[in-house]
Write a protein that binds this ligand. Structure first.
Ligand SMILES: [Zn+2]
Length: 243
């Protein structure tokens, strides 16, 4: 018997049954998906009440299965689950990978010429987004510029690293690197496929298949029922180029 039941029985005699029902019947706590997203996101949870309120009231939940693509316009997004890769304007290279707890899209608050960003879900992913304009109105341009400035440097470093990686490293090392990055974001069991990895790297699926086979032979990963399971993270990291 739990503490609530004891309390309820104890006071029951003092109350008529109607007020007992009213006072002590536990209401199922209903948290809608948007409020849940605010609670689940480590950064959003710490943001000012106004921002949380905006997301709860006007946020749009987006979900993608691994391998699905979506585009977003002038929105700021908060990743609640999975990992989504963002591509450059010409869809040539992945410019950033956003895992659970990360944010994207602050740059759209600052530019008037906003173009859609294409996202590829590397794993089953979910994020919540709100119009960048609303966030700017709410928090002021200075605040948004401050947040953006912090993200801009990370992004620039990432774009440069990605470009160098594409130019210098071979598919086997890059495949190991992608798997290792996803492992760091989402743990050992990755619901993704070689086709998704190939799409992210902009290479042929057959070369990714060969790279994954080699990693399997070396005991770093196994493929099992639509999942890629990391069996030896240290070994995987040794194969990865580390970009
Ligand atoms: Zn590399």
């Amino acid at each position: 018997m739990n503490a609530f039941a004891l309390t309820g029985r104890h006071v029951r005699g003092m109350l008529d049954s109607a007020s007992y029902e009213e006072t002590f019947r536990p209401e199922p706590v209903r948290i809608d998906a948007r409020s849940q997203a605010v609670l689940d996101h480590p950064v959003l949870r710490l943001m000012p009440d106004e921002v949380q309120g905006l997301i709860r009231d006007r946020g749009r939940l987006r979900s993608l299965a691994a391998g699905e693509c979506a585009t977003t316009g002038a929105t700021v997004g908060f990743v609640v689950d999975g990992a989504v890769a963002a591509f450059d304007r010409k869809n040539i290279a992945c410019v950033s990978l956003h895992g659970r707890g990360s944010m994207f899209g602050w740059e759209t608050s600052l530019t008037s010429s906003v173009y859609p960003t294409r996202f590829l879900a590397m794993l089953g992913s979910q994020w919540i987004e709100a119009p960048a304009e609303d966030l700017t109105d709410l928090m002021g341009q200075t605040w948004v510029e401050h947040v953006f400035a912090r993200h801009a440097l990370d992004r620039l470093v990432r774009v440069q690293a990605e470009a160098a990686c594409n130019a210098v490293h071979q598919v086997p090392q890059r495949t190991a690197n992608w798997i290792f990055r996803l492992y760091q974001m989402a743990g050992r069991e990755l619901r993704t496929t070689q086709a998704v990895l190939a799409q992210a790297m902009g290479v042929q699926r057959t070369s990714v298949n060969a790279a994954v086979k080699a990693l399997e032979r070396d005991g770093a990963v196994i493929l099992s029922r639509g999942r890629l399971v990391v069996t030896d993270a240290e070994r995987l990291e040794r194969f990865a180029c580390g970009c």
